[in-house]
Structure formats: C-alpha cells, structure tokens
Write a protein that binds this ligand. Structure first.
Ligand SMILES: [Zn+2]
Ligand SMILES: [Zn+2]
Length: 103
C-alpha cells in the first residue's frame, strides 16, 4: 500500500518536472523568436556539389531556418510565385520563371 503511494508520488513529481521544463522551453522559444525578429539576417544560398543553388542556409547570426527556393533574380533572394495580377502560380516564379517543384 505504501509502496504504491510512493510510486504515484514519484509519477506526479516527474510530471511536475516535465511541466516546469516545458514552461522553460516556451520561454526560451519566445526569447529565440525575439532575437530572430531583431536579427538583420544574412541570406546565403545552400549550394549543392554541382554548384546548383537550391534553398537557403540557416542565418549564420541567429540560426533562423528559411523555407523557400533561392532566387538569383529576386530582391528578397526567395522565389516569388505571386504574379502581376495578384494570383499565385507555383509553376512560375515572377523573377526567374522556375516552378516550385524542381528536381
Ligand atoms: Zn538572422
Ligand atoms: Zn525565382
């Protein structure tokens, strides 16, 4: 009877610990987000062995990860699929004309 009580207590203790740690993770995430928001990001292409530039490297200053194709012609360095008429055409970047699904 008493050993069962101890087990339950231990279970609760580790749950409290997990909750406490998750709370810390959330606070740390917020801190990271703030740093990344303020960072004047350095955008560099992720270059493949054959020299092809595909995506973006993580920002070397803040480790922010970017999802999106590298685009030489785009002022943002990202391919942009918004067309002149405001519609999105994922088969044609407005700057380089490349589709979003590349091999
Ligand atoms: Zn950055
Ligand atoms: Zn492009």
């Amino acid at each position: 009877m008493s050993s069962m009580y101890e087990e339950n207590t231990q279970g609760d203790c580790s749950l409290n610990k997990v909750t406490e740690l998750e709370q810390k993770i959330r606070l740390i995430r917020v801190e990271i987000d703030l740093i990344q928001q303020k960072c004047p990001h350095v955008l560099e292409p992720h270059v493949l062995k054959d020299g092809e530039k595909l995506g973006h490297k993580r920002c070397p200053k803040c480790e922010k990860y970017y999802n999106g194709w590298w685009c030489e012609k785009s002022p943002t360095t990202f391919c942009d699929y918004e067309q002149d008429d405001g519609k999105y055409d994922e088969d044609c970047c407005r700057y380089c004309g490349a589709p979003s699904e590349r091999k």
